[in-house]
Design a protein. Sequence first.
Length: 245
Amino acid sequence: MKRPVRCFFIFVLILGGGAAAVWLYYLPAPKPVEEIDYKEIVRHVSFVDEKSLDEWEEKRLSKNETLCSVQEMDGRGVVRAVSEDSASGLYLKERLSFRDRPYVKWDWKVLKFPSRTEKETLKNKSEFDFAAQFYVLFYSRMILSSRGIQYVWTEQIPEGTSDRSPYTNNVKILVLRQGGEGEWNTEERDIAADYLELFGEELDKDVVAIAFMTDADSTGTAAEALFADIEIGYLPVIEEETLEE
């Protein structure tokens, strides 16, 4: 059985520091009373040519642009993101209901970490650069309260480390990978579980966009990463059934 369709219209305002504010109004469909025992893929993005990026929009966070191009590498289509003292990312607008256990899955690979003069941390604005980052952005009616999760691949910070963004309390950072330059890895994240862990609250906001980014502007150096096969949808959930007396 298909999940309910929600009608909506949308426009986006982008903030610095990787956060995005999305103003969105919609008429919610009734919450279904049923058992969902399958993984539902809402969208799978394969990068086969430059047209694969047509629906993605760029957000530049420095004077220089991170160059993103679709290429064939390692026998697959990828987005190659090359940063030379730059910070910009690509984002895709897609709505996922918080009620239905949304998830995101992607493949990524770091080719070059940014060079540093200080120890790598999640708190240091002066060297806040990461070769590979992936974002999940949430709906908000108010621009200053929009929230996001920033997944990062670091060179030195241990996997599982988390913190708030040094730019805003509304973005939480979670380290998924440490080191391993030149290795492909696949991530699949239960967004509601990560939201609870990072914000300390149950997820009550729809996902409205995803994004990926490579930057090296704070260090004034270079970084490079590959992104491939992005998938979003819903994990199996069980809706509580209404019992008749």
